[in-house]
Design a protein around this ligand. Structure first.
Ligand code: NAD
Length: 293
């Protein structure tokens, strides 16, 4: 069994990006600039955004954090988005989700200029991804594609089972792995909360991608020997023995499933760090105008 070290791989990719940024600087080119908008004070969201800003610094990117309180209106957020859309210095930006209940996430996603949508959530980018056209790939599935690629895990002809059909993870993941591409050519089964006999599906998986949001949901009797496990889940569970009072676990019962797997991603330190790296790669693409010219 090999542990897929997302943290280490993310650091390697960040070093590669930093080298490219250095070259851009030496050639007096434009330094990539990512902006992040954070509304409210959800601790998990704040920590994700802090991480994104820190990663920008590590790679030599410029970054701008726009932080507003929980009471920010939808109209005020749409104004901020318009400002970022029009600011020629900002190459790409993200609005950290989830948003407070009074703000319509769909409206917000649609307001972002697809050229600057480095999270890859806008329907224009989603559609281009589905058609195999150049696009900003959604950060988490893009991170998983890179992991499979860099670890040399064969996907062609394999049976991939995705558990969870969210718009940001499960559904785009199923599309990417079924595309005719170097990391792709899988036969994909997309499962969800209405799937009959989930275990029968997951047991057929050569590659199992869990994006459910339920701690330790995938148990050892749901997988076959030799499976590649990609655990997207990030769940906080009480852990009084930890200083913070909680710990992070994935959607896969790691201790029970790892001995059966050929490869497995840990939580934390697996998919999470790769998601941030994807965002940096998308921002680099945006600053080079590689997607929309
Ligand atoms: P979501 O809540 O939007 O979707 C969950 C999906 O799980 C749904 O499609 C649902 O049908 C499916 N599901 C729920 N119960 C099920 C059941 N009993 N059987 C089968 N399917 C079931 O979740 P999401 O946004 O895709 O996130 C999933 C998890 O991944 C969460 O823990 C989230 O925190 C984590 N996440 C991690 C990253 C990262 O960077 N590592 C990024 C995004 C999300």
């Amino acid at each position: 069994m090999e542990i897929i070290d997302g943290k280490g791989l993310a650091n390697t990719i960040k070093e590669e990006i930093a080298k490219e940024v250095l070259e851009i600087k030496q050639n007096k080119g434009k330094i990539p600039h990512l902006a992040a908008v954070l509304i409210g004070d959800d601790p998990a969201s704040a920590s994700y955004v802090r991480n994104k800003v820190r990663s920008c610094d590590q790679c030599g990117f410029q970054s701008t954090l726009i932080r507003k309180d929980e009471t920010t209106t939808e109209a005020a957020l749409l104004d901020i988005i318009q400002g970022l859309n029009e600011d020629p210095d900002i190459d790409g930006f993200i609005v950290q989700l989830p948003l407070p209940k009074h703000i319509n996430e769909e409206k917000v996603t649609l307001a972002i200029d697809p050229k600057k949508d480095v999270d890859g959530f806008h329907p224009m980018n989603f559609g281009r991804m589905a058609l195999g056209l150049p696009s900003y790939l959604p950060a988490t599935p893009f991170g998983i594609v890179q992991m499979l690629d860099r670890y040399g895990i064969e996907t062609s002809g394999k049976h991939c089972v995705v558990v969870g059909r969210s718009n940001i993870v499960g559904t785009p993941m199923s599309i990417l792995l079924s595309r005719k591409a170097k990391v792709g050519n899988c036969t994909v089964t997309l499962t969800h909360s209405r799937t009959n006999d989930l275990s029968a599906e997951t047991k057929r998986a050569d590659i199992l991608i869990a994006a459910i949001g339920i701690p330790n949901f995938i148990s050892s009797d749901m997988v076959k020997e030799g499976v590649v496990i990609i655990d997207v889940g990030i769940n906080r569970v009480d852990a009084p023995e930890h200083k913070r009072g909680y710990k992070l676990v994935g959607d896969v019962d790691y201790d029970a499933v790892a001995p059966l797997a050929s490869h497995i991603t840990p939580v934390p330190g697996g998919v999470g760090p790769m998601t941030v790296t994807s965002l940096l790669l998308n921002t680099l693409k945006a600053s080079r105008k590689e997607v929309y010219g």
